[in-house]
Design a protein around this ligand. Structure first.
Ligand code: PXP
Length: 245
């Protein structure tokens, strides 16, 4: 079955806009867990702590029964935090202070040795390490060489092309994601995907048989303002199930 990971970062974005404690991203995780349709919670502890905080991570580790996917940059500080909590999964993402969101995939090919050393202790501690990359053969081969068991393919370019009505670009991006998911699986990698997915564009991605997990955040948190998080997650789950039939 295709797993759904809910990224709760943007509940924290709203909280932090005012300071204080509300809305509580851990409550979002509780609701998602209780919905029965969410298979894991994703949270990105950014270097600047602009949304999720260290305390949020501690509380998630304490309360979650479903897996926590801890997204982080490849820095010594984040590695120490991951080793302290040993979440089920760690997803390594590129991070730039000035960006609004994770804009591209990690340049694994350029930093192969460094990344191989970086992920080794995380793997040893039992975390399932995934590397967030573009649908690019060079990056996939490099992720495989450094010993990552999982890759997450960045779907942002596909989603942007869909949203902007650039359908030729969208279809080219989709074909690339399909090909690269197939290639990654042929190397023995587990394939995840995410970034920018909505009800409107998720179907072709969810239909790719090699993809085992989708991580979706911004759209579902936004949608939950209107219809509630439980309902929003269930609707996404239904679309994913339909795509997989
Ligand atoms: N996967 C990864 C690795 C991400 O960095 C993000 C965004 O934080 C997502 C998935 C979810 O993207 P979105 O919030 O656009 O759904």
């Amino acid at each position: 079955m295709l797993r759904l990971g809910l990224n709760i970062d943007h509940v924290a974005t709203i909280r932090n806009a005012r300071g204080g404690l509300l809305p509580d991203p851990v409550r979002a995780a509780e609701i998602a867990q209780a919905s029965g349709v969410v298979d894991g919670i994703t949270a990105h502890l950014r270097e600047d702590r602009r949304h999720i905080t260290d305390r949020d991570i501690e509380r998630l580790v304490e309360m979650l029964n479903i897996p926590l996917n801890f997204e982080m940059a490849a820095t010594p500080e984040m590695q120490a935090i991951a080793l302290k909590h040993t979440p089920h999964a760690v997803c390594i993402v590129p991070e730039k202070r000035e960006e609004r969101t994770t804009e591209g995939g990690l340049e694994v090919a350029r930093e192969e040795n460094q990344l191989a050393h970086f992920i080794a202790p995380l793997k040893e501690a039992g975390c399932r390490v995934s590397i967030f990359i573009a649908a690019d053969k060079r990056q996939i081969e490099a992720a495989h060489r450094i010993g990552a068991p999982v890759i997450e393919i960045h779907t942002g370019a596909y989603c942007d092309a869909h949203a902007e009505g650039r359908f030729e670009d969208r279809d080219r991006e989709l074909a690339r994601i399909q090909d690269m998911a197939n290639f990654a699986k042929s190397l023995g990698l587990e394939v995840h995907a995410g970034h920018g997915l909505t009800y409107d564009d998720v179907t072709p991605i969810a239909a790719i048989p090699e993809i085992k997990e989708l991580n979706i955040g911004h759209f579902l948190i936004g949608e939950s303002i209107f219809i509630g998080l439980d309902h929003a997650a269930k609707k996404m789950r239904a679309i994913m199930n339909e795509a997989r039939k």
